[in-house]
Design a protein around this ligand. Structure first.
Ligand SMILES: *Cc1c(COP(=O)(O)O)cnc(C)c1O
Length: 403
């Protein structure tokens, strides 16, 4: 392992915190982060607790409090104060919760504004919720650069994904949130590709709601729960639509009627995924002491290196990500009509990125465990695949269920 330099951080140590398979260059941590070494023990300890404590684990092993205590650890990474983040469920559900809450806060408005760069689940959930409400709401989807102009006095909520999952294009959260507030709309941010990827300051931006997942850049493993943040001065006005018992003020009073918990606890729904949260806890241990500014500086440097290398050696690939680092998250994407086959061949060579329809090759840049040497090696592999037309084989065009 060559020495990794960068902004006072010991990147060798963060790299060593992950159990990456030999011979693999992992450029897909934006989709599923790798295994933190501590996760195995953390999950095993939780299994031991389950075995020994049985139902006593809920309080004795802290299982019941974990959603809020782990929420506090994530809060630091997104610029949120303690007590304003809780963990649980999936991001898809959190999007539903945030949007439903926002619409209840703007009962006279009928428009949800989003953009065509949003992740499908966010748009599907919005459409489903609006249909269920049956009150004539409109989902207004505009191009990403058209959001500002589409904000008007009809908009109840502006619901955006901060970093585009395909291209890595990054919205200006502070500016757009301020514009939404200017017209009286609430701002909902999906941080799926932001948390652990770029510095986020939900407080500075004045974001009303924000949520993200923990299995991408935060590395908590497949099926790890989502997190949700609500601006502290708004939370007591949130009337949860998914009014589950663990978001109740007194879950164990088993009252017949719902009363929301005070604070962020009302964004909880049901039983927390305890084993998965053990893995999350180990994943968050790696982030302790890591500065997001240092991660960002290194992410930009590695991304620039990847772009320069690919552009110099693979003229058939065109950059799909913004060239300006300031408007790019922590991934780099290229377009090619045969992108799917190219990625299959690259993966067979041990360079794992992914493909997003119709023509995007996506590479996640994750400074905690990637080195310059690996970026250079990935570029060399890609150049060889392109120069040798290795992708030009019908076998590589067979689509798998998960791309
Ligand atoms: C990954 C991703 C999701 C995934 O939602 P799940 O409920 O975790 O499956 C949602 N939104 C965005 C923007 C994503 O990138």
């Amino acid at each position: 392992m060559d020495r990794i330099e960068g902004a006072g951080m010991d990147w060798d140590a963060t790299r060593a915190a992950f159990a990456l398979p030999e011979g693999v260059i992992y450029l897909d941590g934006n989709s599923l982060g790798p295994l933190p070494r501590g996760a195995r023990d953390a999950v095993a300890r939780t299994l031991d607790d389950w075995q020994a404590r049985l139902i006593g684990g809920w309080t004795g092993a802290g299982w019941m409090d974990a959603p809020d205590s782990q929420g506090d650890r994530i809060a630091r990474l997104i610029g949120a104060p303690e007590g304003s983040v809780t963990v649980g469920d999936t991001l898809t559900l959190k999007v539903h919760q945030m949007l439903a809450a926002a619409l209840r806060m703007r009962p006279d408005r009928r428009v949800v504004l989003s953009d065509s760069g949003n992740f499908p689940t966010d748009l599907y959930i919005a459409q489903g919720l609006l249909d269920t409400l049956g009150r004539g709401h409109e989902l207004r989807v505009v191009p990403p650069e058209g959001v500002t102009d589409a904000l008007d006095g009809d908009v109840a909520a502006m619901m955006l994904t901060h970093v585009d999952y395909r291209t890595g294009r990054m919205h200006n959260m502070a500016t757009l949130t301020a514009r939404a507030h200017d017209v009286g709309a609430l701002a909902i941010w999906d941080l799926a590709h932001s948390a652990g990827a770029v510095p986020v300051d939900v407080t500075g931006a004045g974001a009303d709601f924000a949520a993200g997942c923990t299995y991408k850049y935060l590395n908590a493993g497949p099926g790890a729960p989502a997190f949700v943040h609500v601006r502290p001065d708004l939370i007591d006005a949130v009337e949860p639509a998914l009014s589950g018992w663990l978001g109740h003020a007194a879950p164990f009073a088993f009252e017949p009627a719902y009363r929301p918990a005070s604070g962020i606890g009302r964004m909880r729904i049901g039983t927390p995924p305890v084993l998965q949260m053990a893995a999350l806890s180990a994943a968050l241990d790696v982030w302790d002491g890591v500065s997001m500014d240092a991660v960002r500086a290194r992410s930009v440097a590695l991304s620039e290196r990847l772009i320069a290398g690919v552009e110099a050696s693979c003229p058939a690939l065109t950059l799909a990500s913004p060239r300006d680092a300031a408007s790019r998250g922590s991934q780099v994407s290229f377009r090619h009509p045969e992108g799917y086959s190219i990625m299959q061949v690259l993966i067979a060579r041990g360079v794992i990125g992914d493909f997003r329809a119709p023509d995007i090759l996506r590479f996640g840049v994750t400074p905690l465990y990637l080195s310059e040497r690996e970026i250079d090696a990935a570029v060399d592999h890609l150049a060889a695949v392109m120069a040798g037309r290795e992708w030009d084989d019908p076998r590589h065009r067979v689509r798998r269920a998960v791309t």
